[in-house]
Ligand binder design. Structure first.
Ligand SMILES: [Mg+2]
Length: 195
């Protein structure tokens, strides 16, 4: 990195489920669309199985919520995320947001615009941001990746001894970790980095 000091290292941070409360945003959206039911904390990545929907119906609602300037543009941060990001930033780490939000064909402009606007609105600090389609996060070098996706955290943690995968604890990622470390929330994240 040329223009910015990253001597303390690059920390890659996921957005959905780590900084942005994706689940709650989708719940709010679905209720507005007339779904009168409870949406329990999912214990599987396939939310629709526990939310009484088909995969296709869930995907369509997700996409429509993005197109309607709701998902990723409105909604709340995960508890402790804003403060935690500031602590990492203030401690001198280079923060790169790494997100798989290029998920909808021809929806990339909306994804990028909504994301950047929301991060600004919430005053969340970051030095760099990577919008990914279907590629691995291990391509983005850094001392750590904080992610709620079990595979992402495990793969990143397995690449080399200098790269830690931090699995952000969620009901849907309760598998035994081998290469990554489970962190219970943002308090545990900042503690990990001594920030
Ligand atoms: Mg995530």
């Amino acid at each position: 990195m040329r223009s910015e000091d990253n001597s303390k290292g690059i920390i890659n941070v996921d957005l959905d489920g780590v900084i942005y409360d994706f689940d709650e945003a989708l719940r709010v959206w679905l209720r507005r669309r007339g779904y009168a039911r409870d949406f329990p904390e999912p214990t599987t990545w396939n939310y629709w199985e526990q939310w009484g929907m088909t995969a296709g119906e869930w995907m369509a609602q997700f996409r429509t919520a993005v197109e309607a300037d709701f998902m990723w543009r409105q909604g709340d941060p995960i508890e402790g995320a804003v403060n935690g990001m500031w602590k990492l930033s203030d401690a001198g780490f280079f923060i790169r947001i790494v997100t798989h939000r290029l998920v909808h064909p021809f929806g990339h402009q909306k994804a990028v615009e909504s994301t950047v606007e929301w991060l600004g609105k919430e005053s969340i600090p970051y030095s760099s941001i990577a919008f990914l389609g279907k590629e691995g996060k291990e391509n983005y070098e850094g001392i750590a990746l904080i992610d709620d996706n079990f595979i992402n955290a495990e793969v990143f943690g397995s690449t080399d001894d200098m790269s830690d995968g931090l699995l952000f604890d969620k009901p849907y990622n309760q598998r035994e970790v081998t290469w990554s470390h489970r962190v219970g929330g943002w308090g545990a994240v900042t503690e990990w980095f001594g920030a």
